[in-house]
Design a protein around this ligand. Sequence first.
Ligand SMILES: *[C@@H]1O[C@H](CO)[C@@H](O)[C@H](O)[C@H]1NC(C)=O
Ligand SMILES: *[C@@H]1O[C@H](CO)[C@@H](O)[C@H](O)[C@H]1NC(C)=O
Length: 198
Amino acid sequence: MYLCLYFLVATALAHSWVERLMVIDTSGKMTGQPGYIRGTVTRLDPLFNDFQMQHLLPATNENEVSESDRMCKNSQTFGNYSTTLPALWAKPGSYIALQHQENGHVTLPENSPQKESSGMIYIYGTSNPSEDDTLRSIHRVWDCNGRGGDGRGRLLAVRPFDDGQCYQINNGNISRSRQAAYPKKKLLIHQRLLYHLL
Ligand SMILES: *[C@@H]1O[C@H](CO)[C@@H](O)[C@H](O)[C@H]1NC(C)=O
Ligand SMILES: *[C@@H]1O[C@H](CO)[C@@H](O)[C@H](O)[C@H]1NC(C)=O
């Protein structure tokens, strides 16, 4: 079944996006081929820049999200996958990981003193996405039973942006203490991942 996932970082100014999706097997390991979100531009592209992936709302200079603000970035409103950056294939009922970078929102809180924390991530799913989906018609509208709003989709999960272990390498005290507490055992895989992602 084709499932479209909407990934929403609830804090303003959090410039992170889903870099990669993986299926998690019954032992908790990531398995199989990676998948990507629609219209992904790889960081390996020499012309890559963050603006190609980030979708900042409100779209205008107003302070509030408007009725017309779209759920997805223009280049990501349809199944714009490529052969090298395909959708994730997962069986119904699978557990999946949405991998994103913390970009300092966790390890360098001093960069955003206006925020209390790195916030929560809301994950919505639908097998019937529309190019016109707006934030206001989905976020805090679709519910976990699929009965909210127009009923085309549902809230799958709400998770903290900070899983308590993530870090990017920098000299901040949080990153340094996590580097020591959660050394990447599979350094090769981690590096390959970083290579993929950075
Ligand atoms: C599809 O995605 C690619 C990024 O991989 C982007 O360059 C392209 O403009 C997108 N196509 C459309 C019609 O938005
Ligand atoms: C990092 O430093 C801040 C400010 O000194 C302190 O509040 C915090 O507990 C420290 N965190 C860690 C993980 O060491």
